[in-house]
Design a protein around this ligand. Structure first.
Ligand SMILES: [Zn+2]
Length: 103
């Protein structure tokens, strides 16, 4: 027996943001705008460590793609700036106690 599968035709709807046609399937998947629009307004969740000492917690910062890129740039910069100072600090070990000896 021979079976022919009919290709599912992509039904298009207009994107509510820019008006360009987008597949209806996309809306069924939970996206309300076309690929172009959703890329622009994509939100990124970034775990951020907050607090000091023993009292720290991880917060999820939601930022736009643009903010995220700036954040990543900043993170990379901080990392490269911190690493050499850590090796410098190796010479200094301590806590130090200054003791007066001529008594
Ligand atoms: Zn659009």
């Amino acid at each position: 027996m021979y079976q022919t599968k009919t290709m599912e035709k992509l039904e298009m709807v207009a994107c509510p943001k820019c008006g360009n046609p987008m597949p209806l399937k996309r809306r069924e998947l939970g996206y309300h705008v076309c690929v172009n629009c959703s890329t622009v307004s994509a939100k990124r969740g970034v775990p951020v460590m907050r607090g000091t000492g023993d009292h720290t917690w991880v917060d999820l910062e939601v930022m736009t793609q643009e903010q995220f890129e700036r954040y990543e740039e900043m993170e990379n910069k901080t990392k490269t700036e911190i690493t050499p100072s850590k090796t410098e600090g190796r010479n200094l070990q301590g806590p130090f106690t200054i003791v007066e000896t001529d008594k």
